[in-house]
Design a protein around this ligand. Structure first.
Ligand code: PAF
Length: 273
């Protein structure tokens, strides 16, 4: 690759398209730090545990291309399924992820993270980036990617970037495009619950505040809470309240709103890089 022989640094933003400001802010971080920035768009079939979710995932390639051109992205990589899965869609990396694929997203979306590391393995080999920029909203995914790349791609640095939010607090997500105006209002409960816990944190004990926040999801027919938990931000182990307070706690939430699955996350104390 010519870029390599010129000793230029390559930043990579892997995406599944339907780009929003969150993705574009990752691109900006890459452009600030690296000589060349590459964005990939590939809706990866093997990471969808629900085939319906895969079919309904928004696909807006023309609009995405325009956004990337406006942002002066150097390279857009849109591989085909055959290129990424030359041996067929049954192929998996089968990288041991331990607890990270047993709890929260790992538990609720069986096989999801093996699909993610399988496609990132193929993308990292194709692109050979120096830096990869990922959104902190997919907090567990970032931990998974850091774990697998530390072992298989030790020269790549994974950079986790803060969650972009709409002015009312809703975390930006491609899935928001599928929300009706009413469902979008309901979806605000996710971020509201997280900020409620964070803001009240000093005053009461954490489990009580979390239980209070969970009540926001009762008595509403169009929202089903999957989990709302506080965990260790390095390992996702459950936090023992006896050793509380800790400075490495993260709040994580997942809920269905009108059958659309949304997640959000908030660090209780510090912002991680
Ligand atoms: O976060 C995503 O959009 C996807 O999981 C990723 C990292 C592009 C892998 O398909």
């Amino acid at each position: 690759m010519q870029v390599r022989s010129q000793n230029k640094t390559v930043g990579f933003v892997p995406t599944m398209g339907a780009l929003h400001e969150g993705h574009l802010s990752l691109l900006e971080r890459s452009q600030e730090k690296c000589d060349i920035s590459i964005v990939s768009i590939f809706v990866n079939p093997t990471q969808f545990n629900d085939p319906n979710d895969f079919l309904k995932y928004p696909k807006l390639l023309e609009q995405d291309i325009e956004l990337l051109e406006n942002k002066k992205c150097d390279v857009l990589f849109c591989p085909s399924v055959e290129e990424m899965y030359p041996n067929g869609l049954e192929e998996r990396l089968n990288f041991p992820l331990g607890l990270l694929e047993e709890v929260l997203e790992g538990e609720k979306r069986k096989g999801h993270y093996q699909g993610v590391v399988t496609i990132l393995d193929a993308l990292f080999k194709a692109i050979q980036p120096d830096f990869v920029f990922m959104g902190q909203k997919d907090f567990q995914q970032v931990l998974v990617v850091k774990t697998f790349s530390k072992e298989l791609f030790p020269n790549i640095q994974i950079i986790s970037c803060p969650t972009e939010r709409d002015s009312d607090g809703l975390a930006k997500s491609s899935r928001n495009l599928r929300l009706s105006a009413e469902a979008r209002q309901t979806a605000l409960r996710l971020s509201q619950a997280l900020f409620y816990i964070k803001n009240k944190f000093d005053q009461q004990n954490p489990s009580k505040i979390i239980e209070e926040a969970k009540k926001m999801f009762l008595e509403h027919p169009n929202v089903q809470l999957e989990y709302l938990e506080m965990r260790d931000s390095n390992t996702l182990e459950a936090l023992s309240y006896e050793t509380w307070p800790k400075n490495n706690a993260v709040l994580l939430i997942a809920a269905f709103v009108d059958s659309i699955r949304l997640i959000d996350v908030l660090l209780l104390f510090e912002e991680l890089d």
